[in-house]
Design a protein around this ligand. Structure first.
Ligand SMILES: Nc1ncnc2c1ncn2[C@@H]1O[C@H](COP(=O)(O)OP(=O)(O)O)[C@@H](O)[C@H]1O
Ligand SMILES: O=C(O)C1=C[C@@H](OP(=O)(O)O)[C@@H](O)[C@H](O)C1
Ligand SMILES: [Mg+2]
Length: 187
């Protein structure tokens, strides 16, 4: 369920943009796109926006302009998108490490945390590693440590779903239904 916390009062709840956060590979991009289709809202994937701007993959951006510059772009894009209403926005998994981004998203949007257990996540590693520069050159033990460290980062959110054992459609349906329920309850 979505909490009707005080920070969600200024904009009507049903007009707030929805922001998906969670560890890389949990499904933010895939689920965000599906939820946007189901709710007839436009979808913004922040990584895709940055890739379009630079005409490069995220891995190439990390290699050429560097992670620090990527993080600055990420912050600027997120702050711009989160000022818009009625959007579905998927962040990159590292974005919530920046306090400014966290605070801005929580103050202006509904933050939806997609969670996954380590056991389920590690089955996806082989399909993720080539496109996720943060995973490259790390041992599985280092990745597991990063996975657990990052959990704290996502602890500030308005709503959360454990996605283990749910396929993409099931996750998107659950989220769409819970949002509609919250809108009917609180707005
Ligand atoms: N609930 C799910 N069950 C199984 N696979 C999933 C699920 N959600 C996403 N995936 C798959 O996991 C991979 C990473 O998804 P993606 O949406 O790119 O994650 P993120 O944006 O969080 O990095 C994709 O291959 C996607 O199809
Ligand atoms: O967790 C991270 O630091 C990152 C996650 C990626 O996005 P996804 O979470 O969509 O994979 C992308 O922003 C970049 O590779 C860095
Ligand atoms: Mg993504």
């Amino acid at each position: 369920m979505v909490n009707n916390s005080t920070s969600l009062r200024e904009i009507p709840l049903r007009e707030k943009s929805i922001v998906f956060v969670g560890f890389m590979g949990v499904g933010k991009t895939t689920i965000g796109r599906l939820v946007a289709n189901k709710l007839h809202r436009s979808f913004i994937d922040v990584d895709q926006e940055i890739e379009n701007k630079y005409q490069m993959s995220t891995s190439e951006i990390f290699k050429t302009i560097g992670e620090r510059a990527f993080r600055e772009e990420e912050k600027n894009f997120i702050i711009a998108c989160c000022q818009q209403r009625l959007k579905i926005i998927s962040l990159g998994g590292g974005a919530f490490l920046q306090e400014e981004i966290r605070n801005f998203c929580l103050a202006n949007c509904i933050v939806f945390y997609l969670d996954i257990s380590w056991d389920s996540w590690k089955e996806r590693l082989s399909i993720l590693v080539d496109s996720r520069p943060v995973l490259q050159g790390r041992t599985i033990e280092e990745i597991e440590m990063l996975f657990h460290e990052r959990k704290d980062t996502y602890s500030d959110h308005n709503s959360k779903l454990m996605t283990d054992r749910l396929d993409e459609e099931e996750v998107a349906d659950y989220i769409t239904d819970s949002l509609k329920m919250a809108w009917n309850l609180y707005d």
